[in-house]
Design a protein around this ligand. Sequence first.
Ligand code: GTP
Ligand code: MG
Length: 268
Amino acid sequence: MADVGLVGFPNVGKSTLISVVSAAKPKIANYQFTTLTPVLGVVKRGEKSFVMADIPGLIEGASEGVGLGHEFLRHVERCRLIVHVVDVSGADGRNPCDDYGKINTELANFSEELAKLPQIIAMNKCDAATEEQIAEFEQFLQEKGLKAHKISAATTQGVEELLEDITGALDKLPPVKIYEPEQLSLKELEQIAGEKHSFTVEKIDGVYIVNAEFLAPILQVCNMEDYESLQYFQRVLRSSGIIDELERQGIQEDDVVSIYDFEFNYIR
Ligand SMILES: Nc1nc2c(ncn2[C@@H]2O[C@H](COP(=O)(O)OP(=O)(O)OP(=O)(O)O)[C@@H](O)[C@H]2O)c(=O)[nH]1
Ligand SMILES: [Mg+2]
């Protein structure tokens, strides 16, 4: 569970940033989607510390499942603060003003919680940007009453001030929202599962990928090592129509089903 989530388009320098402020050593490369799964880093600030999460870059449509960011946005939802990283040098021929708007649209489309999270904006790659580029983006933000940190993750210019700002903001924010499954009774969960909920099943490379938002809280509470939990989960899959859909798509004994982080072999 992270305090701060780094959010931005691919290749804007999120992994570079986490690598200079923490001991995390994610892969960094000059192409999109270098980061495939979230990386956590502990940022130490004197006596204090906070956890930062580097997630795969988001692209347009991420809130509907395009690219890699989608399933990780759920993790960001539980962060206390977003650091929105923008490449102000336009290295990939992108426009930072457009980027900024597009990412926020994706966050808002994904959930209200994400849209409401406080944001600190980091204009990265200032070392490679022209003064005009920096001024233009600053002007764009100013019109919205916003400010950004001018940083270079590569040279660490401005990074210290960014961290100071993050620590100050975290001090004033409520603690990480810990999902408390025990607050949901089995009955309530059954109710969630019994209601009509949408899901999709897609077969990719022989694996049946199930996307069903309503299963997320259930997966959180079910300990799949535990027989009763597993039985319960199977009931939910059946009552929600997911099993029927898998069978309709021709699932065979032992085929792999993947639901978020949980994978299992289908058994009749
Ligand atoms: N000039 C310059 N290059 C940078 C800076 N920060 C990162 N880069 C370069 O930008 C490229 C992408 O950096 P990453 O940190 O991998 O970007 P990312 O946002 O994690 O990318 P994804 O994981 O694909 O989403 C690398 O070649 C970095 O060396 C910076 O401040 N200045
Ligand atoms: Mg990365």
